[in-house]
Design a binder for this molecule. Structure first.
Ligand code: 3EB
Length: 325
C-alpha cells in the first residue's frame, strides 16, 4: 500500500519506498538513508522545507542504474533522477527518461501512475531560443514514444520550476494495479495541446485512478492550473486563477467526469489529501493560503511552494491525492 506523508517517520525507515525533500539546494538522488531520496531546490527559508515520503508494506529492494536510483517492493516502484544542466536539456531528458522507463520494463512495474518534474529556469530560453519547458517536453515525449506509450498509459504528472539544480524528476509505478487514466472535460488533454504551446505536447494525464484488489482506489490528481480548453484564463489575476483551478479539480473528481471513465463514486475537493500548491509570486501566497484553507478539508496536509510554473502566465498550480475510503 502506498501512503505518502509530508514528514519522514523515522521509526519506519525500513518500509520507506522513496522520498522527495523540498530543500535549500538540489542533490543527486541517493540511497544514503536506506531508500531513494531526491532533494529538490525548492525553498529559500529552512522553515519552509519538508520531505514527502512514500511508505511500503513489505521488504524493499533498491538499486542504481545510470544515475537513476530506485526501490521496489513487489507492488510499487519508485525511481528518481537528476539532470545537472537543464539548458538544452532535450537529449538529457530523453536519455534519463529512457533509463527510468527501461527500469519499469525490466523490473516489471510498467503501470506508471504518477511523475513529478522540477525544472530550473523553466520559463528561460535555451540556445536555440526555445523555452526550456518546451525543450523538456520534447525529450520527455520522445522517451514515451520510444517505449510505445499510448495516451491512456501516460502518468498523472506535475511540471514546475526549481530554484536551482537542473532538472529533478521521480516516478511511482505499479506492477499489477488496475489503473485508469482520467481526463477533465473542462480541459483539453494536455497531450493534444496545439503546437503554439511547444513542438511536443506535454505527456501527462489529468489524473490516474489506481486500484489494488481489496484495497480501494487512490486518485492521483496532476498539477492543475487555470487552464480551460487549452487556454490560460484570468491572466494576472491570482484569486480568479486559484478559483478556476479549484473548479477544474472539483470537476475532474465529479461523478459526471469520473463516469466518462466508468469510475464511481464522484469525489469532492474535501476528499483531497497530500496537497501541494505551487505559487509563482511570493506576494500571492497569503491570498492562495486563504482560498485553499476554505476549499480543502482541515484534515488535509497542504504544502505551499513559491516556484515558477510551466506557462509564463500561470500563477498557481495545485495537486493532490484522494485516498481509499
Ligand atoms: C497545464 O494544465 C498546466 O508538463 O508535466 C500541469 C501538470 C502542467 C503537469 C507537465 C504541466 C505538467 O497544462 C501545466
Amino acid at each position: 500500500m502506498l501512503i505518502s506523508s509530508f514528514q519522514p517517520d523515522s521509526a519506519a525507515t525500513s518500509t520507506v519506498l522513496g522520498a522527495v525533500t523540498y530543500g535549500l539546494d538540489s542533490r543527486d538522488p541517493h540511497l544514503a538513508h536506506g531508500f531513494p531520496e531526491l532533494t529538490v531546490h525548492a525553498v529559500t527559508d529552512p522553515a519552509d522545507g519538508f520531505t514527502e515520503v512514500w511508505h511500503s508494506d513489505g521488504p524493499v529492494e533498491h538499486g542504481t542504474l545510470d544515475g537513476v536510483v530506485h526501490a521496489y517492493d513487489g507492488e510499487n516502484l519508485f525511481c528518481a533522477a537528476r539532470i545537472d544542466d537543464g539548458n538544452d536539456c532535450m537529449e538529457a531528458v530523453r536519455a534519463a527518461y529512457t533509463t527510468a522507463l527501461g527500469l519499469t520494463r525490466t523490473l516489471g512495474y510498467e503501470r506508471i501512475f504518477r511523475m513529478w518534474n522540477f525544472i530550473e529556469n523553466i520559463n528561460g530560453t535555451n540556445s536555440k531560443g526555445l523555452e526550456i519547458y518546451q525543450d523538456f517536453c520534447q525529450g520527455r515525449s520522445q522517451a514515451f514514444r520510444e517505449f510505445a506509450f499510448t495516451d491512456s498509459q501516460l502518468p498523472a504528472a506535475t511540471g514546475v520550476g526549481a530554484l536551482g539544480g537542473g532538472i529533478g524528476f521521480c516516478l511511482l509505478a505499479g506492477r499489477s494495479v488496475r489503473r485508469v487514466n482520467v481526463e477533465n472535460s473542462r480541459q483539453m488533454p494536455a497531450w493534444r495541446y496545439p503546437e503554439r504551446y511547444g513542438p511536443s505536447s506535454p505527456s501527462f494525464a489529468r489524473a490516474t485512478y489506481v486500484a489494488s484488489p481489496n484495497r480501494g482506489a487512490f486518485i492521483y490528481v496532476s498539477g492543475t492550473a487555470s487552464v480551460v480548453g487549452h487556454e490560460t484564463v484570468h491572466p494576472g489575476h491570482i484569486a480568479d486563477q486559484c478559483g478556476e483551478t479549484l473548479t477544474n479539480i472539483e470537476h475532474l473528481l465529479s461523478s459526471g467526469n469520473l463516469a466518462v471513465h466508468d469510475l464511481r463514486p464522484g469525489r469532492r475537493l474535501e476528499d483531497l489529501r497530500d496537497i501541494k500548491v505551487y505559487v509563482r509570486r511570493r506576494q500571492d501566497l497569503h491570498t492562495v493560503r486563504e482560498i485553499c484553507a476554505k476549499a480543502f478539508s482541515p484534515a488535509a496536509d497542504i504544502a505551499f511552494l513559491n516556484l515558477d510554473l510551466c506557462r509564463a502566465d500561470l500563477l498557481v498550480e495545485i495537486e493532490g491525492v484522494v485516498f481509499p475510503e
